[in-house]
Design a protein around this ligand. Sequence first.
Ligand SMILES: Nc1ncnc2c1ncn2[C@@H]1O[C@H](COP(=O)(O)OP(=O)(O)OP(=O)(O)O)[C@@H](O)[C@H]1O
Ligand SMILES: [Mg+2]
Length: 463
Amino acid sequence: MGFEEATPIQAKTIPLSKQGKDLIGQAQTGTGKTAAFGIPLIEKIDVKSPHVQGIIIAPTRELAIQVSEELYKIGMDARAKVLAVYGGSDIQRQIRSLKKGPHIIVGTPGRILDHIKRRTLKLNNVHTLILDEADEMLNMGFIDDIEAILETVPDERQTLLFSATMPAPIRRIAERFMKNPETVRIEAKEMTVPLIEQFFIKVPEREKFDVLSRLIDTQSPELAIVFGRTKRRVDELSNALTLRGYTAEGIHGDLSQAKRLSVLKKFKSGKVDVLVATDVAARGLDISGVTHVYNYDIPQDPESYVHRIGRTGRAGKEGMAITFVSPREMGYLRIVEQTTKKRMQPMRPPTWDEALEGQQRITMEKLDEAIKEGNLDEYKTVANELLMEHDDAVSIIAAALKVLTKEPDKTPVHITEERPLPAKKDQYHGGGNNRNRRGKSGQQPYKGNRNKSKPQRRSGRRP
Ligand SMILES: Nc1ncnc2c1ncn2[C@@H]1O[C@H](COP(=O)(O)OP(=O)(O)OP(=O)(O)O)[C@@H](O)[C@H]1O
Ligand SMILES: [Mg+2]
């Protein structure tokens, strides 16, 4: 796969994993946790056996697919068969694939459970169970499904949990499912990757969209992800961005699976430059070329922030994350900073002039490139004509620049205002994630629409 050396989490967990130990592996986003659990799992697979031996559970369909693809690559030489099962796709086809004797299943909880109930998936020969994004998998929205799946897996299994975040209350739940788990944490000063530059912009709700447009104009990201709080938000933002001339599309849980996959594919191939997403795209997705993450809305909990901005700055690359905070939400910003142990730098919103400058620079770069490439003979006759006519080279070039530059667009757009997060500061202090108390108290400490199922729901529909 072209890897030259193990990343720290791989170096530390692979030997322990090969000894058969239960592990909780925590390391920053984009540092190779997939291969950290994938390599030893592949080594343990008996390819001559027709049974499912390893199961990996992931919180979203897109992540399940991505992890299965990475496992497929790792296991290609060993001829290990990997199958992804997830909701929103034809179950009959999955059943046919399951009959072909895959060794490793990667799936989302609802669909895995569905197959278990239909008896199309048997886990009684599973020796390794892995929860990717373990803290997310063990929060109240998923725990029932996970428990039900665990009941069908032999007790003498090895259990591996990986995530960039592992709040203490969730870790305590996790330990119930494990045998003397060893925690491997890559000690870092900060929870986020140092390669990600982190900024915040204090901006009133109604000004956010203009600020976002100008940021994109001045920073000209290669690929950018804009995170919004709700599905409506995502729809409105992607429409508004399109109106202003950006190639943007949205992804969230109310779209059909086919649409979700096609949007992601277009984004990966660069046909779409701006992906607007709910937290459905916050965890685990590994898309190269994402240079900027914009949090249009500050996330409701610090873990979500860590994962969202972690979509950039992966595998040694640099990235930039900019978080919009409405004045009343400044308390949340501080709580995020306490958890990540990293200050975000304040940033001034770019002005219209700066946005124009940014766009002019892009045009200049394009012209520069065209000059270097040469091959301009077919245009030189016309160029000379223009020169004869106007006798002023600067005016001609300025006109060319003007025609070629995408000026900062002021097309009016409608974005429904979202209420700021409630200012219940004290609940969040200590940086801990207390989502697991939801069920008992009837309260949701992390209140709001995280675009995922309600705590007790068991259906296969996920973010
Ligand atoms: N040893 C390695 N050397 C170089 N690149 C690697 C190595 N291991 C993994 N990678 C690559 O690094 C990228 C990030 O890996 P991966 O998605 O596993 O990160 P992660 O730690 O799971 O992040 P997240 O917390 O966001 O899920 C992938 O493209 C992967 O192929
Ligand atoms: Mg991962």
